[in-house]
Write a protein that binds this ligand. Sequence first.
Ligand SMILES: *[C@@H]1O[C@H](CO)[C@@H](O)[C@H](O)[C@H]1NC(C)=O
Length: 454
Amino acid sequence: MLVIISAWFSLFVTTVLAPSKHLWALVTTQGFFIAFFSVHWFLLQDFNFSNSLFYIDKFSAPLAILTCWLFPLTMLASQSKIRLEPVNRQRTYIANSTFLQLMTLLAFTTSDLMLFFIFFEASLLPTMIMITRWGAQEQRLEAGTYLAFYTMVGAVPLLIWFTEFYSTHGSVFPTLTNTLHITQATMNYPGLFWVAYNLAFLVKLPMYCLHLWLPKAHVEAPIAGSMILAGTLLKLGGYGILRTSPLIQENTINQALPIMLIAIFGVLTTALLCLRQTDLKSLIAMSSVSHMNLVIAAALISSPWSYAGAMAMMIAHGLTSSALFCLANSFYERTNSRTMILLRGALIAFPLAGAWWLTIILYNMALPPTINFAGEMLIMASLYGWSPLAFLIVALNLIFTTAYTLYVLWTTQRSSLPKHIKTLYPYQTREHLLLFLHILPGFLLILKPELIFP
Ligand SMILES: *[C@@H]1O[C@H](CO)[C@@H](O)[C@H](O)[C@H]1NC(C)=O
C-alpha cells in the first residue's frame, strides 16, 4: 500500500525533473506501472486489509484500482493539446492532475472518516484549478464557482456530523462500527438527518436537482478534468454513502423516501433531457447524472444485491463515461466544436473510430456482455423487490437510454460531412490504444464480476 502511495509521490519528482522531451512518455509509463501494481488490491480485499491509515475492502479496492488505472489514460488523452503549451505549464498540468488523482485515491483508501473528509474536500482544489486554468471558454470561471459553492455547501453538515459522531463514540473508523453498537439518539426528523449528512455525497454524485454544476464543469473542463470528474470524482459520493451507511442503524429507505422518489424521477428526466442536448459533452454529462441517480436508488435500498449493483455500476460508468469523453475530445481536437450537428458524418472520415463509438455507446446502453449490464440488472432486480411500480418507471428509462444512445450515434456518425470541414488529420495509434484500454477492463471484469461485488 505504502509502496504504491510513494510511487504516486515519485510521480511529482518525475514531473519536475524529467527532460521536457520525454516528459509525457515517462509520466505515462510510470502511471501504467502504478496501475499494474495496484491490481493486487483485488487480492487484499477479501481479507479486509486495514491498519490505522489504510483500509482496503470490497468497497474501496475496486474504486482505488479504477483511480490508478485512469491516471495513465488521462495522460495519454491530454498529450496532443497540452504539448503545444510552454513546458512549465505542461508540468503544472501534470502535477495538478497527479495531485487530484492522489487525493481521490487517498480518500478511497483511508480508514479514518475525518481523513476521508479532508481528502474528499482536497480534491476540489485541483479540479477547480484544472477547470479555471485549462478550460476552453470564458464561462469556465462560472463553472468553477458553481462547482465550489455546491460542494462546499454540502460539506458543512457532513463535517458537523463527523465531529458529532467522534465526540459521542470517540472514533471515526468505519471498521470499528461493527463492535460499537451504535445507539442513535431518537431524532425528530430521521429522514432530514439522513439527507443533511449525506448532502455532500448527494451533491457530488450528483442527485437530480443538485446536478446543475456537473454539465457546466464537464463542458468547460479540459479532457483530463472531464475524465477524472466522470471517472472517479463522482464515485467519491457513491463511495461515501455506501461507506457511512453502517454508521446509522435504521432502515434508511423509509426515512429518505423523498430522495428515493427524486432519484427515480431524476433517472427518467435526465435520460429525456439527453434527447434535447446539442452539445456532445453536456449530453454525456447528463447521461452520467442519469446513471448516478440509479446508484443513489440502489444505495437507498441497501440490500446485498443493490450494493453489488451500485458498485458494478460505478466501476462500469467510470470506464464508459471516461471513454465517451475521450471520443468527444478527439472530435473536439479535430473540429474545435462540441456541437453535434457540426460533427456529423464522422463515419466516412474515421471508420475505425466509428467502431469505437458503436462499442462504447453500446457499453453505455448496458448491452449484455458488459459489466454495465451486470450492474443495471442487479439494481433493477433489487428495485423490483422494493416496489414493482418503481421498477416499471426505471424500466422506461431503458427505452430512453436506447433512444439517446441512437441519437448520439446517428447525429455524429451518419449523413455527410459538413461543408466547412476542409482538413481532418487521422486517428493516431495513441487514441486507439486509449479507447482500447478503456474497453478492456469492462470486458475482462464480466469474466469474474465477483471481484467488484461487495
Ligand atoms: C496547479 O496549478 C497551479 C497554477 O497553474 C500551480 O500554481 C500549482 O502549483 C499547481 N499545483 C500543483 C500541486 O502542482
